[in-house]
Design a protein around this ligand. Sequence first.
Ligand SMILES: [Zn+2]
Length: 427
Amino acid sequence: MKPSRVVITSYQVGFGDCFLLSFEYPDEKRHVLIDFGSTGLPAGVPKNRLAEIANDIAKRTDKQKLAIVATHRHKDHISGFATKKQRPSSGKTIADLKPELILQPWTEDPQLAVDARGPLPAGHSLAAHHVSSLAAMQQAAGAILSEVKRMRYHSSLRPELSFMGENNLANLEAVENLAMMSPNREYACAGDKTALEELLPGVKIDILGPPSIEQSEKITRQRSRDQDEFWHLMANAASALGPTKAQKVAPLFPDFTLDRIAGRFPIDARWIINQAKRLRADQMLRLVRILDNVLNNTSLILLFRCGSKSLLFPGDAQIENWSYALSQPSIRAKLKKVDLYKVGHHGSLNATPKSLWELFDHKGGDDNPDRLQTLMSTMAHKHGDEERHTEVPRQTLVQALDRQSTFFTTQSLKENELFHETFLELS
Ligand SMILES: [Zn+2]
């Protein structure tokens, strides 16, 4: 048994990802939902958008087999799985579909969860150490977000800080719902076999990332010291940012304090106060950017192969996650043949490594009958900035996608349009 066609439904979730792959077999369809989350919807899109999408997924997969892939735990990939806060609850609708399998990266394995606040017991694996570091960093994101909410002073960094803080919160509701909705769960790393292959006869699935710590010295080497120590250092640095508003800060030079006069500091002190606040906002932003990259690099990278067609879904994997797969000749050979590419990390600067893009044999002009298709789910002006050339989606990448592939971006959907469908014959 093998499927004759796959339909890829790209949902409009604003800044986030939600793709439903529906494989068409002779007598039935089988589905894989890859991510379901949003951090911000375009103006005009109804606020109950995630509930609408969940209902559409329920309609399309009714009484058929469904597997769920949650590439990583960022809000913009899993918030649709949350249950309690959302009414009606998109997460409940999805859980009611009783998915056959939940596939997540190894960093989500609850066996590795340890109390992030205390020191790890001796003999704990490096992997557990890594996971607890992630949890500590997410707590730091929470602390930063609550401080940003109280920022009274004007800071140009504020929108990005709020977005990054929010996206990096722990999303516990969604994580718990994912853990509850199916007895069959897999926490995979690069090279693992997946039961998804049993669910999709005739389809081969390669897991290309994330690498385990042992697999990728590269990720470790990327940091100047032990990666985990580094993250802990960063988490500690976040708390060292100092006491929050509720606690008073003791003056550094008690004999030289300035009092406010009529609610304002003397004019000669205002400049330095503004500089200090600016510096603090800047430090917080650096911390959440590090966490953001680290979490993106826990993304599952999946390659689906069926007949002569290959589909690549890399979540938000960035260069460090990709390096492991790209270092292997056998994987590079498979990547050459990709027919459909879900653009990594909403079109960011470093999630479509140039060496990956160069590999794709099917890219080219629109006279190419087997032309590469690319799908991008994104929303401009949420992530990065144009001055630093880190805007998402990155203009130069969008131009390359547009020139050399049949390119779709969710930004082209109108506010009342729920999805875009791509059909791929699997002969
Ligand atoms: Zn994302």
